[in-house]
Design a protein around this ligand. Structure first.
Ligand code: ATR
Length: 303
């Protein structure tokens, strides 16, 4: 298909994707509209999560998926806003573009340089990023592992870890170590966050003699491809928790190694997913949903 035709088709896909739910909203103009935008997007659990929150709280919203054209994120987001959309969740690959589109950027989004949620109020477009706070809430509230006074190892230095480190440091950890394949990226991150607490950077080989981590978090994209980052088993020896940010993939190679190496507890990122959604829901609607039933519904056993 010629490029222009493909572009047109993907623009048309936005209203088509909204489908019957949008019609329902038009029938009731009081229904507030939200959506998740990404590409691909068919896999997204956000509609299920937000619809469950809304049903439990009696909130009158509709929540749909939008497959944003790869070369047309801003147009798709603005078209949704112009059709009286109130807010968007934003996922891969549009988080940086969403940040750039915003007129008002809240602190977590500024730190991450990326937004995972937008709020539309008149001509204002506010950007937030709830990924990091979602992770911390899942670890501390749901999994019952306090980060206070703990030594935390984060694997990876991409967008996921960039968003996670500041809220982790804010929990008064003793130290956060960022280990990355490309050590320079980890060093840059550690340098950016050094005023917030003790944070250091290293490569995977430097971890060979490290044993004193309480929490080990995999924030690399390796688990998406069932690949194990080159982390030595010894780092899990005293760990209260090994946490993989991916979800729905069962026992990833990272979690399998952690379990075999003695980590007391293993968790994937389903709780982080639901907790970041809950933060967006509170931001948009002003009411806090109970996350537990939705986490239970989405949990895939780590077997
Ligand atoms: P995200 O926004 O999901 O964090 P990203 O910014 O592309 O994605 O970052 C991916 C991270 O996973 C990076 O830290 C990357 O390491 P490099 O900076 O060295 O590229 C890391 N990563 C990806 N595949 C990996 C693998 N097989 N082993 C170890 N680290 C990996």
């Amino acid at each position: 298909m010629p490029a222009r035709a493909a572009q047109l088709r993907s623009c048309l896909a936005v209203p088509l994707a909204l489908g019957a739910r949008r019609l329902a909203a038009r029938e009731n103009p009081m229904t507030d509209r939200y959506a998740v935008i990404g590409n691909p997007i068919a896999h997204s659990k956000s509609p299920l999560i937000h619809t469950a929150f809304a049903r439990a709280l009696g909130e009158d919203i509709e929540y749909t998926r939008i497959e944003g054209p790869l070369d047309g994120f801003a147009a798709a987001a603005l078209a949704f806003r112009d059709a009286l959309g109130k807010g968007l969740n934003v996922t891969v690959p549009f988080k940086v573009q969403a940040f750039e589109l915003a007129t008002d950027r809240h602190e977590a989004a500024r730190i991450a340089g990326a937004a995972n949620a937008l709020k539309f109020t008149g001509s204002r477009i506010e950007a937030e990023n709830f990924d990091g706070v979602g992770l911390v809430h899942d670890i501390e509230r749901n999994l019952g592992v306090s980060l206070r006074g703990r030594r935390v190892l984060c694997l990876g230095a991409g967008g996921a870890v960039r968003g996670a480190v500041p809220p982790i440091l804010a929990r008064a950890t003793t130290e956060v170590v960022i280990a990355n394949r490309t050590v320079a990226t980890a060093q840059t991150l550690a340098g950016q966050f050094s005023a917030r607490g003790r944070v250091t950077a290293c490569g995977y080989t430097d971890l060979a003699h490290e044993q004193g981590f309480d929490v080990v978090i995999n924030g690399t994209s390796a688990s998406l491809n069932a690949v194990l980052p080159p982390v030595p088993a010894a780092v899990f020896g005293n760990a209260a928790l090994a946490y993989d940010m991916v979800y729905g993939k069962g026992l990833t190679p990272f979690l399998r190694l952690a379990r075999e190496a003695g980590a007391a507890r293993c968790a994937d990122g389903v709780g982080m997913l639901v907790e970041q959604a809950a933060e967006a829901f509170v931001w948009w609607r002003g009411v806090r949903p109970d996350t537990r039933p939705v986490i239970d519904q989405l949990t895939v056993p780590l077997a």
